[in-house]
Design a protein around this ligand. Structure first.
Ligand code: ADP
Length: 426
């Protein structure tokens, strides 16, 4: 049975968490939204995973919606047999005075009948640390890091105890540096003391990787943990030490897929443009013409598929709308910014669907929004997480579609990513 049920407040955060869990030895499936039916009819087979991550879109929705969705996710994960739960948010604690971190944590605690949860956003390897309850980004206080200007969740206070207390119905404590430095026993004592003080949530000072392991050990029995994906480093080790999780060296194994392979790219980010140029030097690559697509999308989709089909036997092909900034500006001036984006996302999503119908079962997609459109068009509901191609970009598999997908947002991956992706499994 899956041990850990996770609720992530956005899609890329869910993937980041799932990737970290797999790399730390937990077989993990990411589920897109709360599945409609009962857990028993689930597309996830809980006997083949150690963790399930439900990806919500609840970071900036109204508080009541975020709470309702998160509670539904918790209910579904409990029905699926999960015994411990993790509420994942961004390592920069993206939230407002109203929520959604505090209210969601309050509601999950209440549903679980639990009395206290830690709030541990730190991820020292990516420069996010917490000291004296204050969050730092690469050594700079959160409210001077650029996050104070975030369009949706301006973080104007680095003091997370104060910030979280404004959101939560309960009171918020701190597990200070000296305590976490003293080890898991000291953290447990501190949690007991916070309980006696009737604290509901506790920010944890976390400065380095050993602190993540200390935290994992101290929280091995916790019904609910909240925080960033750094938690995925310490908890699996603690579960193994406690005999709750088998040691495995193949958590990233996916079913081998041996069909055709292809890449679609709608990202115009610098790194993607380099990746397209590199791939086009030695493999077939077709650039969509946005004006032609705007005039007759059906025709252009079919033309791209007719171009690709006879070449799939020879190896991966690339179909892209990726363009240089000047060309993007011209297209946007002609078609409108949002309209051009939506149009090309639709075209690439339909092309992806067509490629899969032609026998492509390993597909790389470049672009965050583009990936969203492709996943929707294909009807992907779950993604099992596999081996990492480059930092932060794993192969994933939709088990029910028998399809391998690598979803890469803009600036991720090395220059030869499109070539190397197919050298890594699946
Ligand atoms: P990234 O991860 O690099 O931000 P996204 O897919 O999230 O990539 O966003 C890229 C956006 O640009 C998408 O909406 C896409 O449809 C749009 N786009 C792609 N190609 C072009 C183009 N040639 N001209 C204008 N917009 C484009």
């Amino acid at each position: 049975m899956a041990l850990l049920g996770c609720i992530a407040d956005d899609f890329t955060g869910a993937t980041d968490l799932a990737n970290n869990l797999v790399r730390n030895g937990m077989r993990t499936v990411q589920v897109i939204g709360v599945p409609a039916g009962p857990a028993a009819d689930s597309v996830v087979d809980p006997t083949t995973v150690d963790a399930i991550v439900i990806a919500l879109k609840s970071r900036t929705t109204p508080v009541a919606d975020a709470v309702a969705e998160s509670r539904a996710a918790l209910g579904w994960l409990r029905e699926s047999g999960c015994e411990r739960f993790f509420f994942k948010y961004c390592s920069t604690f993206d939230s407002t005075h109203e929520g959604n971190i505090g209210p969601v944590a309050d509601a999950l605690l209440a549903d679980l009948g639990a009395d206290l949860a830690v709030a541990a956003p730190a991820f020292p390897a990516t420069g996010r640390t917490v000291y004296q309850g204050h969050l730092f980004v690469n050594g700079v206080p959160l409210n001077e890091s650029g996050m104070q200007d975030h369009p949706l969740t301006p973080m104007t206070d680095a003091n997370l105890v104060r910030w979280l207390e404004a959101q939560s119905a309960g009171s918020v404590g701190l597990i200070p540096y000296e305590t976490i430095e003293a080890g898991p026993g000291a953290v447990r004592k501190s949690l007991d003391a916070l309980r006696r003080d009737r604290k509901r949530l506790a920010i944890v000072d976390t400065l380095d990787r050993p602190h993540l392991f200390t935290l994992g050990t101290a929280l091995v029995d916790a019904a609910l943990v909240t925080g960033g994906s750094g938690i995925a480093i310490g908890l699996p080790a603690a579960y193994r030490a406690e005999g709750l999780l088998e040691a495995r060296d193949n958590a990233a194994a996916l079913h081998a897929l041996g069909g055709y392979s292809a890449i679609v790219s709608g990202s115009c980010s610098t790194r993607t443009r380099e990746q397209v140029a590199e791939f086009a030097q030695h493999r077939p690559a077709l650039q969509l013409d946005p004006v032609a697509v705007a005039n007759d999308v059906d025709h252009e989709v079919q033309a791209a598929l007719d171009w690709a089909a006879p070449q799939l036997d020879e190896g991966p092909v690339l179909i892209y709308s990726t363009a240089e900034p000047a060309a993007v500006a011209t297209t946007q001036a002609n078609l409108g910014q949002a309209e051009a984006g939506a149009l090309l996302e639709t075209a690439l999503a339909r092309i992806s669907q067509g490629l899969v119908a032609h026998g492509v079962n390993r597909l790389v997609v470049a672009g965050g929004e583009t990936s969203g459109a492709v996943v929707r068009e294909l009807g992907v509901t779950t993604l099992r997480i596999g081996s990492q191609i480059d930092p932060g970009v794993p192969w994933t598999a939709s088990d029910h579609l028998g399809l391998g997908l690598a979803l890469k947002s803009g600036n991720f991956g090395g220059v030869d990513f499109f070539t190397r992706a197919f050298e890594v499994c699946p």
